[in-house]
Design a protein around this ligand. Structure first.
Ligand SMILES: CC(C)(COP(=O)(O)OP(=O)(O)OC[C@H]1O[C@@H](n2cnc3c(N)ncnc32)[C@H](O)[C@@H]1OP(=O)(O)O)[C@@H](O)C(=O)NCCC(=O)NCCS
Length: 371
């Protein structure tokens, strides 16, 4: 194999390998009693030190949707597990939801916006094409010393952003990073398409990732994939450089989410299981070692099917899609927040996050909860 081929394990630019820091393959996969921080993380230990969420007050129920499209409360509940979702009022953008969650998260971490060195916002519904939502958010919260950017990974936005921020902090570049998942899905949903409009809602979640002693909780490991061959199964075709907005794109309703639901469903079940199994195996864990499984909330049946295949006790699985629908990059922090508030997530718990989203994007992050 060509040593400069990016897939070649000895090529240092292959991000899967971290040549020089990873131990040999056998060691990485050897079972361990307690997961330690992955050798994928260079530098310092990092931890999630706070969490906050925000959803807009307005609620769209299944009964409301019955008036818009040919559907029923019973169908939506049975096929998706959703009863209601929160939606923004006109003029409210992703950065507005992000601001509410971010300010609370920074305060809960005992910090001020000036302490934040880096901001990453997972979103597919930025306020506008540019400037980035991270820039708009930085200004709105007064994080005068931060730099940052948006990250487009759809429903994997939060897991990707968490890994990105954790690596930045681990590198020593910054002590505190702000991770945000924020989406106003109602801005890109076609309320004439019953196959998509019943699923999505709006919301935001934020957490602070800081350098922290390993015994105070830690972000232990991650696993991510992309598979662009699945791009057409879930996308918003127009509005970008391929199909810039025109009368035709509007007439053809191409600036809305298009989804091949069954393809996405099957991929999501398979990959949620696969990526979760892989990260557990690499860390020498069995499903019994996991205290809480927090999967992206796309469909109750996806979460139940994947967690059943994994053999995770249903009591350890958080499902809160009933109240929020699929809020894309915000589902995982919203689920974590519910788990904390209901006492199901406690300091010291081992938490497995997993996501599958448009792209396709796939992610998992293993976290020792620290508060
Ligand atoms: C979209 C989804 C809920 C549809 O559920 P499903 O059980 O796969 O339903 P199907 O698409 O097979 O459609 C079954 C029937 O229900 C109908 N249907 C679709 N949406 C409906 C709705 N809102 N109300 C009533 N009937 C509906 C279909 O027209 C179809 O009718 P037909 O059999 O007469 O053709 C499901 O495929 C799904 O959740 N996919 C993954 C979505 C996802 O995770 N997206 C985000 C990724 S991160």
């Amino acid at each position: 194999m060509d040593p400069m081929d990016p897939m070649n394990p000895i090529n240092p630019i292959n991000p899967m390998n971290n040549v020089g820091t990873d131990p040999p393959m056998e060691e990485r996969f050897a079972p361990r009693a307690r997961p330690k921080r992955s050798p994928r993380y260079g530098g310092r230990p990092t931890a999630i030190t706070s969490l906050a969420t925000y959803v807009p007050p307005r609620v769209l129920t299944n009964a409301d949707l019955e008036k818009l499209v040919e559907t029923t409360d019973a169908w939506i509940l049975q096929r998706t597990g959703i009863r209601e979702r929160h939606i923004v009022d006109p003029g409210v953008a992703a950065s507005d939801l992000a601001k509410e969650a971010a300010l609370k998260a920074i305060e809960r971490a005992g910090l001020t916006p000036d302490d934040i060195g880096f901001i990453v916002v997972g979103t597919v519904t930025p306020d506008m094409m540019f400037p980035s939502t991270a820039c708009l958010l930085q200004h709105k919260i007064g994080a005068h010393r931060a730099w940052g950017f948006d990250l487009s990974a759809a429903c994997s936005g939060f897991t990707y952003a968490l890994t990105t921020a954790s690596q930045i902090v681990a590198s020593g570049a910054h002590d505190h990073a702000l991770v945000v998942g924020a989406d106003v899905m109602t801005s890109i949903i076609d309320y004439q398409d019953r196959a998509t409009c019943v699923i999505f809602g709006d919301g935001a979640g934020a957490c602070v990732v800081s350098a922290a002693p390993a015994d105070e909780g830690a972000i232990l490991d991650y696993e991510h994939e992309i598979d662009g061959s699945g791009g057409a199964a879930l996308c918003m075709p127009a509005g970008g450089s391929l199909h810039p907005p025109s009368q035709e794109t509007i007439d053809r309703r191409l600036h809305y989410v298009k989804q091949d639901g069954q393809t996405v469903f099957k991929f999501a079940v398979r990959k949620t299981e696969e990526i979760s199994r892989r990260i557990m195996e690499r860390n020498g864990l069995t499903p019994d070692d996991i205290d809480l499984f927090v999967s992206h909330q796309a469909n109750r049946r996806i979460i139940q099917s994947a967690s059943e295949k994994l053999g995770i006790d249903p009591d350890k699985v958080i499902i809160n899609i009933e109240r929020f629908g699929n809020t894309t990059a915000a589902t995982i922090p919203l689920a974590l927040n519910d788990a904390v508030c209901s006492g199901r997530l406690k300091k010291g718990d081992l938490v497995l996050l997993a996501s599958v989203g448009a792209g396709f994007t796939v992610g998992s992050v293993l976290v020792r909860w620290g508060f």
